[in-house]
Design a protein around this ligand. Structure first.
Ligand code: AP5
Ligand code: MG
Ligand code: ZN
Length: 216
């Protein structure tokens, strides 16, 4: 299964990606996570990406595409993958299509996670991420009283780009650059929308039901 998750910041792409990828036994590839790992590692890629991420802007396409190409070339991605956060504009989608075609591959499905802006702001304001295992938590919805991960006891941190002003800008960038992908993939006949409100497990169930007809 070759799957893309698309949706505004805070829609729950990362949260759902961890469950969907594990249900389907495919690797979860989150461009945001790879950039953040490079930022904490102090690599050249991280230094470049940080200036864009801190503003809530997209990292330039050539850098992002080269990174995704490398990741998709790895052994574990040959029989399927779940992309979270890529593609994020039509040029990235076009290059991805060509890249996969060169390898005799194609996307099976693009899942759009649908939530409104108010919910996005509530979700991002309370988001915490585990510095050790990468799991995503929410202060209110997961009733997190302490700053440790329930899965591995790692320290939780708040993302630099979750400040209210930056969140607002990320939403604008989504509307201008990423939302056009919805009609792009609808035209390709591989877009399915999923209501991403309600409890996490219910969203996962809806997503799995949407995916099933496209499997095998
Ligand atoms: P990225 O890391 O991809 O950020 P994003 O798209 O803004 O999305 P988020 O990770 O903020 O939200 P999410 O949908 O994953 O939600 P989550 O599951 O965490 O990108 C960051 C930056 O990297 C970009 O701004 C850009 O600079 C750069 N970048 C990345 N990819 C790029 C690309 N392709 N091209 C160029 N630049 C790129 O959930 C949010 C919160 O809600 C959590 O606390 C969670 O616990 C909670 N939650 C989730 N589901 C529910 C639910 N059902 N009910 C209640 N709470 C929930
Ligand atoms: Mg995410
Ligand atoms: Zn953890």
């Amino acid at each position: 299964m070759r799957l893309v998750l698309v949706g505004p910041p805070g829609a729950g792409k990362g949260t759902q990606a961890q469950y969907i990828a594990s249900n389907l036994s495919i690797p979860k590839i989150s461009t945001g996570d790879i950039f953040r790992a490079n930022v904490s590692g102090g690599t050249d890629l991280g230094k470049l990406a940080k200036t864009f991420m801190d503003r809530g802007d997209l990292v330039p396409d050539e850098v992002t595409i080269a990174m995704v190409r490398d990741r998709l070339s790895e052994d574990d991605a040959q029989d399927g993958f779940l992309l979270d956060g890529f593609p994020r504009n039509v040029p990235q989608a076009e290059i991805l299509k060509k890249m996969l075609a060169d390898w005799g591959q194609a996307l099976d499905l693009v899942l759009e996670l649908v939530v409104d802006d108010d919910e996005v702001v509530r979700r991002l304001a309370g988001r915490r991420t585990c510095s050790q295992c990468g799991r995503i938590w929410h202060v209110e919805f997961d009733d997190k009283q302490d700053d440790r991960c329930d899965a591995c006891d790692g320290a939780l941190f708040q993302r630099d780009d979750d400040k209210e002003e930056t969140v607002r800008h990320r939403l604008e960038v989504y509307g201008e650059q990423t939302a056009p992908l919805i009609s792009y993939y609808a035209d390709e006949g591989i877009l399915v929308g999923v209501d991403a409100t309600g409890p996490v497990e219910e969203v996962t169930q809806r997503a799995m039901e949407a995916i099933r007809p496209f499997m095998g």
